[in-house]
Design a protein around this ligand. Structure first.
Ligand SMILES: *Cc1c(COP(=O)(O)O)cnc(C)c1O
Length: 413
């Protein structure tokens, strides 16, 4: 058997992306026991760090072990009882995922849909809330399938006015686009590491407001042979998952330290390091770096003569959709970029399949050199496939974005 040997790819798709080297280093740390004070100390520290990442005071802020959808599933299955009404505004693939997970939790799911490449006006969401009167509004912030960023700022107040809980999946957007859990009055948020946080997939940070926690705590709370219904006033139906039972997971991360799963220590070390990387560089600096890289990629693509997808006013900073020119085979171009230049860009799903590529500039790869290499390589592959492009225009336009940012004191590279 040979040792692991992977090609040195530059991952410029919609995620996963290359990890920050410090995250990989942290993940090669030796283990300690599950209840070793060193371990529980790092669990507490990770909770505190993610409160900063989420911009929240929420006590209940920790990690769900699993990929981002584990966080989504934990939030939805723990708060939704069979028959509860949920409203999901769908503007891409991940809205459909929220719908599917809520349905499996037995909820009565109502959706409104925006065309792919657009977002919702808050008024549309408020109108639907009035009509449906849901227990929960579940909405994606940044949907990488369409590259759109749904504004959330006004939705919290709308939810409070109608006594609705407010959940968001901010996996793809957090750290690359502004996110304010408390100011925007969110009740639950889940994310993952493999987008702008610069880690591998496999851990899902979550935060929950007191009002969300109260609803979860009202559910019956039993596990045969280990614990009894210690919340004797339990009213709601038992949570339909053991692994994703947030009431039990809170007791594991809390002072009680009641055994649930064995915390995935290596993922905890990686998650902690993602937060430390973000907070050490500074949230504003990291946002600016994503703004610059995203803008440079967009301007470069346009200068090459390619057309970006969707409503650019509402584009996420960290990913752009690019129409595949008629004269080329989109999959052949991706194949050549990967095999000749070691650069991965993304394909698309559903209605956009075969129509656009998606190019990401996230986390460790939200860097000037990564943007320029990608633009130069894409241009070369396209020219050699018969596209008439003006040589060098993409890289020049991207470099102009960086020069301009530097001149304005915003030169995060
Ligand atoms: C990428 C992405 C995910 C990823 O989910 P995984 O379970 O980690 O694959 C979830 N939600 C959104 C909005 C995403 O863009």
């Amino acid at each position: 058997m040979q040792p692991l040997s992977l090609p040195p790819r530059l991952l410029m798709g919609p995620g996963p992306i290359n990890c920050y080297p410090r995250v990989l280093q942290a993940m090669s740390t030796q283990l300690v026991g599950q209840y070793d004070p060193a371990m529980t100390g790092y669990m507490n520290e990770t909770m505190a760090l993610y409160r900063q990442v989420f911009n929240t005071q929420n006590q209940q802020t920790f990690l769900i072990d699993g990929t981002s959808r584990a966080g989504i599933e934990a939030a939805l299955v723990s708060v939704l009882e069979p028959g509860d009404k949920v409203l999901v505004p769908v503007f891409g693939r991940f809205g459909h995922l929220l719908t599917e997970i809520a349905e499996r939790a037995g909820a009565d799911v109502h959706t409104i849909e925006a065309p792919w490449g657009e977002v919702f006006d808050p008024q549309q969401i408020e109108d639907a809330i009035k009509q449906v009167q849901p227990k929960l509004l579940a909405v994606v912030q940044g949907d990488t399938s369409t590259t759109m960023l749904q504004p959330l700022e006004e939705l919290g107040a709308i939810c409070r006015a109608h006594d609705v809980l407010f959940y968001s999946d901010a996996t793809a957007s957090i750290a690359g686009n502004p996110f304010e859990t408390d100011v925007w009055q969110l009740d639950a948020v889940t994310v993952g590491l493999q987008k702008c946080l610069g880690g591998p997939s496999g851990s899902a940070p979550i935060t929950m407001s007191d009002r969300f926690v109260d609803v979860v705590r009202q559910r019956q709370h039993v596990e045969a042979g280990i614990r009894d219904a210690h919340h004797t006033d339990a009213k709601g139906a038992r949570i339909r998952s053991n692994y994703f039972d947030l009431a039990m997971i809170m007791d594991y991360w809390g002072d009680e330290r009641l055994n649930h799963h064995t915390e995935a220590a290596t993922m905890l070390f990686g998650s902690r390091e993602c937060a430390v990387a973000l907070l050490t560089e500074g949230q504003d600096a990291v946002l600016q770096r994503h703004q610059n890289a995203g803008q440079a990629m967009l301007k470069g693509i346009q200068a090459m003569g390619l057309k970006p997808f969707g409503d650019l006013q509402h584009k996420m900073s960290n990913v752009v959709g690019v129409y595949i020119p008629d004269e080329v085979d989109g999959e052949q171009i991706r194949h050549d970029l990967l095999n000749i230049f070691n650069i991965e860009i993304g394909t698309s799903f559903g209605p956009l399949k075969g129509k656009i590529w998606r190019i990401g500039t996230m986390g460790y790869n939200a860097r000037q050199d990564a943007v320029l290499h990608t633009l130069q390589s894409l241009e070369t592959v396209l020219r050699r496939s018969g596209c008439k492009l003006s040589a060098g225009a993409g890289v020049d336009a991207a470099m102009a974005v960086y020069a301009n940012a530097a001149a304005n004191g915003k030169g995060s590279l």
